[in-house]
Write a protein that binds this ligand. Structure first.
Ligand code: FE2
Length: 436
């Protein structure tokens, strides 16, 4: 059974520098605004509660390891949806596997098409990170378009979007297709770029008043009342208040990828922290507290001091995703809880809530390339519709999608093998924004 890491990779640790003086007032401003609104007592009440809840959360994960991830068969989900019990597990853990969202044969064939497309257009394809490129900065290869628009993908994404609710009825679970990159990672390639992190912004979660409101129960002393699936609260949150290449302009109900090859623990797959609400609550409360001086007391939340004046937000850097580390976020017990997903076959998909902590396998000790297409679930919200219109226009005009355009010169229309949106179904075109 795969589980947690035996050797922790040299991912960054975020410890407060002893001579820290904030140069950027934005951290202090949002911290003071939250203290003024909710007060020390409520913040402390939440902090102690969340750290206490983490004892149970982390004990369960450490015990079950990779067996904790709910696994579903795509056909069954599309036919019957989630049972009440499954839905409760999915919502609690915030991540799950869907087997054979596309068939193994289709996925293998799609991978062959990708390899051909890359070989034919090698000189014009950029990779990331530069020192060990595994992420291909292409967005409209026939492989990506076929996988994104696969009827099962569209139907499944609709089901996933429905796990969220919006009392305003201003949104719809009808899927929109976000164009993202594709990874093809050769064996032995080390990758340290994506240690434990949470996407959808970093400081903006505290600084944008709308985003902050989505977490108000956490700041107000009632962390257990936080509803991580309230789209009404989340739909207008500004994930790009502070611009950065790591930030997506699109709200993804679930991030996800589709395996094109086998993927397994320590073979270039992904590690997830199977919990939504308690981990994000801890992350949001952490900058308000300072660890006790005696390291022996670190796990005792009541010994942490309320930090009214400091402006140190561990792992929070404006242009980056929210980072987490063992030193800065000890109650998360990352070493025990950042967990390898089960082995994946070509065509299987993995999904994780937009607030779930994850990391890319630092090592790839397998024998074959590990290839995945990033395909998320995006509901129809006002800001997602706006983005999809811009994304479609970019595709038509031979530009990269807006989120990936900075500094990238890429016109796939002239690539050998490019097919664009030829022959797509009406449902696929709708999800690509044709009729918005
Ligand atoms: Fe990520």
């Amino acid at each position: 059974m795969p589980g947690t890491l035996q050797t922790w990779p040299p991912w960054l640790e975020f410890e407060e520098p002893t001579d820290y003086t904030p140069k950027d007032q934005d951290f202090d401003i949002c911290k003071q605004a939250i203290i003024a609104e909710y007060g020390e007592e409520k913040l402390r009440q939440s902090w102690v509660q969340v750290c206490q809840d983490l004892e149970l959360v982390t004990a369960e994960i450490a015990e079950k390891r990779s067996d904790i991830f709910p696994i579903f068969d795509c056909e069954a989900i599309l036919k019957d949806g989630f049972s009440a019990e499954d839905q409760a597990a999915v919502k609690k853990y915030g991540c799950f596997i869907v087997r054979q969202t596309v068939s193994q044969d289709e996925a293998r064939q799609a991978y062959e098409v990708l390899r051909q497309y890359r070989n034919d257009n090698q000189s014009e394809i950029q990779g990331w990170p530069a020192e060990s490129p595994s992420m291909m900065m292409i967005y409209d290869s026939p492989t990506q378009i076929a996988l994104r628009t696969h009827p099962n993908q569209l139907r499944l994404q609709r089901v996933l979007n429905q796990l969220w609710h919006d009392s305003s009825a201003e949104t719809s679970p009808e899927p929109l297709l976000y164009s993202d990159g594709i990874r093809d990672r050769p064996p032995k390639q080390v990758f340290l770029g994506l240690g434990p992190h949470i996407d959808a912004g970093s400081l903006c979660r505290w600084a944008d008043p709308t985003y902050r409101r989505a977490y108000e129960q956490i700041f107000a002393g009632n962390p257990r009342a936080h509803d991580a699936y309230n789209l009404a609260a989340r739909k207008n949150a500004n994930q790009t208040l502070f611009p950065g290449r790591a930030h997506s302009n699109v709200f993804r109900s679930f991030q996800g990828w589709t395996a094109l090859t086998r993927a397994a623990a320590s073979e270039g797959a992904i590690m997830l922290y199977p919990n939504v609400s308690t981990v994000i609550a801890y992350t949001l409360l952490r900058p308000f507290f300072r660890p006790p001086r005696d390291p022996k007391d670190v796990m005792d939340a009541t010994k942490w001091e309320f930090d009214a004046d400091g402006a140190w937000f561990p792992g929070t850097f404006k242009p980056d995703s929210q980072r987490l580390s063992r030193a800065s976020h000890p109650h998360l017990r990352l070493e025990q809880c950042l967990t390898h997903i089960p082995d994946m076959r070509p065509g299987d998909t993995v999904w994780w809530h937009t607030d779930v902590c994850h990391a890319v396998d630092a090592v790839h000790n397998g024998r074959e390339n590990a290839s995945v297409a990033y395909i998320a679930a995006c509901p129809k919200t006002e800001s997602n519709i706006k983005y999809m219109k811009a994304q479609l226009q970019a595709t038509r005009e031979g530009r990269p999608p807006p989120d990936f355009a900075a500094g990238l010169i890429l016109d796939e229309r002239h690539f050998k093998g490019y097919r664009g949106h030829q022959g797509l179904s009406e449902a696929a075109k709708a999800a690509l924004g044709y009729y918005l």
